[in-house]
Design a protein around this ligand. Sequence first.
Ligand code: UD1
Ligand code: MG
Length: 417
Amino acid sequence: MSGETGNSGRPCAAVVLAAGKSTRMVTDLPKVLHEVCGRPMLAYVLDACREAGIERIVVVVGYRKEDIIHAFADEPDLHFVDQTEQKGTGHAVQICRDALDGFDGNVLVIAGDMPLVRPETLKLLVETHTRGNSAVTLATAVLDEPTGYGRIVRDAYGNLQGIVEHSDCTPQQLAIREINPSYYCFDRKLLFQALDNVRPDNVKGEYYLTDALHILIRQGHRAVAITAVAAEDAMGVNSRKELARVGKIMQERIQDRLMASGVTIFDPPNTWVDARARIGRDTVIHPFTYIHGRVTIGRRCSLGPFAYVRDGTKLADDVVVGVFAELKNASLGEGTRARHLTYIGDASVGDHVHIGAGTIVANYDGHEVRRTEIGQKAFVGSGSILVAPLKLEDGVHVAPGSVMTQNSDGNRDANNR
Ligand code: UD1
Ligand code: MG
């Protein structure tokens, strides 16, 4: 059934909080659109929800909401709710009441600025919640440096008593290292009942979502906290520095996944691969290679050192892209080699083509980007300029230093110097 998680039966919806402006990012862009390894950070959170089996996702937007809605326009499973004024996390969830009206199940609430969230953790959270038949379940993390986070307060038996915001903590509470990374699962009905009673009586004057939890505990409902979030995953993005830190961890995860699937990466810290790139087994990536965008690379290819492979590029099997080679929106057929100092943009290159050192595909005439086609087994001599639009037939031989402005038209020995 749609929206069900695990075997436990109750459907689960998600509310993703993404309305905040983020002063500390010093940005005109909504924070959740800042990219982590090539994708907006919000995309990772949404995917984690989907992979955890959640099919109904409500995203709370506010600051520059049009940009966010536009960025995710082709994802029909998302419902956007507009929080015109950011009055706090409790208020942000409260305004989702209509979007979840009639939904009989659980509601996962999570922040949109924590892209390191893992689907397994969300799944465990939802399953624990359903199995325990609780009103609310939290997944918490234990940090060496808990500054800034809400602290988890438990009684002598370990039972959850509540969450105290950093700014409201006593000195004893400040020493608590178990924190709230904002992974919640609520019973929908009880959540909205509790939110009706939340008041903004705290240091910040905001409606706190954490107060809904206190209300449920006070009313005697079952509230459980499981320590299930790895410290690393709890890292949110609130500044450019944190964006870089989270990006580095995400990059490690991408490369670990690739290496586990049979890709050799000689120097991981000096290699960068977009989250959207797909790379076949036994491909070897040499240091200082940068792969950005939707790129597909076949098996047994060799990239770099110092290769720059850009969006839209497709490499078949056994392709060699060597030192100081830049490829953009180009497809290279099986066994094709572009070993040194080259730019290939907006081109379809056949199988077993030799692209000599210093070859440039001049794809832009100052007004328009145009395409170049190169047939099978063509030979392009060093230092040639291929001026698009251009079509070179199969087996054509371009002499070194040529400036090709006309199609080869079956003239197998093209030399336009
Ligand atoms: C919140 C939690 C805190 C937790 C911390 C990190 C509360 C009261 N406190 O604090 O316990 O340790 O997150 O997870 O919830 N947002 C909206 N609309 C609003 C306010 C916030 O959409 O009106 C969004 C923000 O864009 C952000 C998320 O909610 O993605 C968290 O809000 P933020 O203001 O950062 O909460 P914290 O003070 O960090
Ligand atoms: Mg925050």
